[in-house]
Design a protein around this ligand. Sequence first.
Ligand code: G3P
Ligand code: MG
Length: 277
Amino acid sequence: MRSLDTYRWETGARRAASRRPWVIAHRGASGLAPENTLAAIELAIDLGVDMVEADVTVAREGEPVVIHDETLERTTDGSGRVLDTPLAALRALDAGAWFDDAFAGQRVPTLDEVLALADGRVVLNLEIKTESLRLDPDEVVRTPPPGGVVARLVDTVRRRDLGEAVLVSSFDPRALMQLRTLAPEIRCAALYTPRVHDGLTPSQIAAQAGSCALHLTSSQATPARVEAAHRAGLAVMVYSTRRAPVNDAAAMWPILGRGVDGICTDRPDRFLELLRG
Ligand code: G3P
Ligand code: MG
């Protein structure tokens, strides 16, 4: 398993021919299997990725679970808000058939299950989902996020002693600042959002919560911003979005040309193939 010490992989003495940008599977290998399921994560690990990104929120009782949306409709056969759904009801849902019948029976995993699957095999990028972006940006930095998600994530990661193999990220600076207070040993990355970070330099964004990396969309990863982040010692990762997918070689090449440290893609198989070539 690759060490997060080398996330900013081109720096000084760490530079070596054998190094390569981090191959990060977005929501698992989500182009090939239903996102954020154990099947998608297992497939990504089998492909040989360096890191798996997964989205973390909490069920009604506060148990951390891995699912992207605030609601269940898109990726399960259930309905309603995840935060309002008891864990047992959440676990009864099918989270695979929407993608392909071959994946019927996949469940919404708990964070603990994902940690158990990844244990020692791959680094996890746990993205904390909160509802903060609906708040005024000034409010965002004052109060901890609701639902206790950060504290529960920290407990779950510590119980398995996997802090070294976890990178926590969030669009919500409150979540990262709370993480810094509760678990200074766990690394974090700031997910850039103009709503909160407009006008701030990469080093100012990172300083808010002691982040070691800046995670950006391809259009946000301008050469100037990448360079400023690198000057501040931060790793830079570009992730795929629906509007700006980074899921084929044509999209990956120009991003690699900007010297980023990793790409988070729904098709890590294609990224690995590109790097092999
Ligand atoms: O962590 C990178 C990326 O996953 C952030 O956006 O909406 O895909 O979770 P989203
Ligand atoms: Mg995410």
